[in-house]
Structures are given as structure tokens and as C-alpha cells.
Design a protein around this ligand. Structure first.
Ligand code: PHE
Length: 345
């Protein structure tokens, strides 16, 4: 019996030492240490032993069981550790591998110009105002001193939706809306960027939809010199300190007097080239002193209040600033074009 137990022990330990995985170890445990296993089987013969031998045999059987169990446990640990090691090796990260570059987007050049202009005017105490793109004829024209049938309406070919509603042709209706909200009390100091629409055939310099930035200041004692000073700060900030401005008489029904502002041509330095069409000057924006009729219609006392307004096209400013030769580049959104304005590269 003793021999049989020793035999079983050797046999089991041998199997344990060659067990390839945790499952095999478990099978060994079940077959050797289970209730129906060979050790239990051997111990069934204990009854035949003498009272003296019985406890010895019992002790030996326990010893064999314990050594098999210990063997299994040890091997099990070994397998578990190996499994962890293998897992770690498989999941190892090569920190020396170069990373995959993440493609970053950038602001659209027009957005950048608009934000730059907004920042400049916010710095001078202006706030940013907004108005609807689908606008009433009243705000787009009538409140701006352009009654129905006024010939100057032809300056801006319009997309009408109904007889009284149209896509705004400029951002000037925001002037009227903002003044109305102030209920006759100054100061008003706003800048208003937004989309506008005109019935134009698209080409390199025209688009049926484009952007404008409107400016409006209304207060007591606002003079033409305030307008000129403001525009000069703007022009130098956007185009460089070496640029000159000039104001030319012009006409807008909602300003009186009206002007157009030119800046000196940087390319030829004023001598005349193809960009400035030989004049040495480049037209940038329209402006003027708010017409008394416009102030009155919006509820302001034109004897007490005066104001100035200006309107410009950020596309034109971006084209001049960045040397873009076709306005359509801003709308077709070819990434090769847009990427040139990235600040990340
Ligand atoms: N609204 C005018 C235009 O679109 C520009 C302008 C704005 C002129 C404000 C004078 C004052 O042509």
C-alpha cells in the first residue's frame, strides 16, 4: 500500500511537471485528489491494516496528497506568471515609434479678417450687433432713406421673397434696427458683420452672396473728423502704418455727406499699377455722416444727435491683404487654398 501511494505520488508529480497549461493541471487535480481518485481508492484498503499501521498509512496518504497539491499549486503559479508575462510582452508599447500627426483645421481666412476687425473695434469700445439676413424692405431700404421707387434702390439688385421681404442687400439695416432699440438715447457704438445678398453674376470680383461689416456711432457731437480718425486707425492697423487714406465724395441715400475711403497702393507705392488701376489708390469702403432722416426715422432727435456709419467688404480686404485674386476662392473651400491661411504650419 505504501509503495502504491509512493508510486502515485511520483506519477502525479511527473505529470504536474510536464503539464502544459492550467487546464491540464486542473485535470490532474481532479483525477488524483478527487473523491474517486486512486488515492482514495488505495485508502479504502486501510481496513485490512493493523491498528498500528493504520495511522502511519493515514499520515503517508496525507503527505502524498499535500505534496501533489503543493506541486499543482506551484506549477499553477508558474503558468499564471508566464501568462501575465506573455500578455505584457504582447501588449508592449513602443514609445519610440513616431506618433501619427493629427490634422488640425484652421479658421477660414474671412473669419480671421472679421475677427481681426471685430477685435480692433471692440478695443475702441464698440459692441458687436447682429440682424436677420431675411429682412423687411422697411429696414433694408425705407428706414435708410430709400422710399419705394427711389432710383438709388437700383444700386443694389435684390432677391425679393415677397413684396415686403427680401434677402438683405447690405448690413445697413442693422443700423436702423439698433438705433430703434436705443429709443432715441445715445451713445450707439456698434460693429456688425454678416452675410448679404445681391443679384449679381458671379465672377472674380462679384458674388451673389458676400460679407459686409457695418459700423455705426451715434452720440452728441459726433463729427466727420471722428469718422476720418476712426477709419485711419482701422486702415493702418489692417494694412500697415505706412498706408495713407483719402476720402472721396460719394453718394449713399443714408449718409450725408457720403464718402468712399481709399488706401494708398502698397504694391506700387502710389505710382500706379494694375492692382490700383493706375491711380495709386485702392477703394476700401463706403461711409458718411448718418442722414438726419435716418436718425429721425429710428427715433433720434437729429438736432441733438449726429453719427457716422461705414460699410466694408471683408472679402475685398482679405483679397488685398493676402493677395487673393478671385473672390470665389472664399466660397469654394478648396483645402489647398484654405491651408495657406493656417497658423499651425
Ligand atoms: N451699405 C453701403 C453699401 O452696401 C455701405 C455703407 C454703409 C455706406 C454705411 C455708408 C455707410 O454699399
Amino acid at each position: 500500500m505504501q509503495e502504491r501511494l509512493k508510486e502515485l505520488q511520483t506519477e502525479a508529480l511527473e505529470k504536474i511537471s510536464t503539464a502544459a497549461d492550467l487546464k491540464e493541471l486542473n485535470d490532474i487535480r481532479v483525477s488524483y485528489l478527487g473523491k474517486k481518485g486512486p488515492i482514495t481508492e488505495v485508502l479504502k484498503g486501510m481496513g485490512k491494516l493493523s491498528a498500528e499501521e493504520r495511522p502511519k498509512m493515514g499520515a503517508l496518504a496525507n503527505e502524498v496528497r499535500d505534496s501533489i497539491a503543493a506541486g499543482i499549486e506551484q506549477k499553477q503559479k508558474h503558468h499564471e506568471e508566464a501568462a501575465v508575462k506573455q500578455k505584457l510582452a504582447a501588449e508592449k508599447i513602443d514609445v519610440t515609434l513616431p506618433g501619427r500627426p493629427v490634422k488640425t483645421g484652421n479658421h477660414h481666412p474671412l473669419t480671421r479678417i472679421i475677427e481681426e476687425i471685430e477685435d480692433l473695434f471692440i478695443g475702441m469700445g464698440y459692441t458687436v450687433a447682429e440682424g436677420p439676413e431675411v429682412e423687411k424692405d422697411y429696414y433694408n431700404f425705407e428706414a435708410l432713406n430709400l422710399p419705394k421707387g427711389h432710383p438709388a434702390r437700383d444700386m443694389q439688385d435684390s432677391f425679393y421673397i415677397t413684396e415686403e421681404i427680401l434677402l438683405r442687400t447690405h448690413t445697413s439695416p442693422v443700423q436702423a434696427r439698433t438705433m430703434e432699440k436705443h429709443e432715441g438715447k445715445g451713445p450707439v457704438k456698434i460693429i456688425c458683420p454678416g452675410k448679404v445678398y445681391r443679384r449679381d453674376n458671379d465672377d472674380a470680383t462679384h458674388s451673389h452672396q458676400f460679407m459686409q461689416i457695418e459700423g455705426l456711432v451715434v452720440d452728441e457731437n459726433i463729427r466727420m473728423t471722428d469718422l476720418k480718425g476712426t477709419l485711419e486707425v482701422f486702415a493702418k492697423k489692417m494694412f500697415g502704418d505706412d498706408r495713407e487714406i483719402r476720402l472721396r465724395p460719394s453718394f449713399f441715400p443714408f449718409t450725408e455727406p457720403s464718402v468712399e475711403m481709399d488706401i494708398s497702393c502698397k504694391i506700387c507705392g502710389g505710382k500706379g499699377c494694375s492692382v490700383c488701376k493706375g491711380t495709386g489708390w485702392i477703394e476700401i469702403l463706403g461711409a458718411g455722416m448718418v442722414h438726419p432722416n435716418v436718425l429721425e426715422m429710428a427715433g433720434f432727435d437729429s438736432k441733438k444727435y449726429t453719427g457716422f456709419a461705414f460699410g466694408m467688404g471683408p472679402e475685398r480686404i482679405a483679397m488685398l491683404k493676402y493677395g487673393v485674386d478671385d473672390i470665389r476662392h472664399f466660397y469654394t473651400n478648396d483645402v489647398r487654398f484654405l491651408k495657406q491661411f493656417s497658423i499651425h504650419e
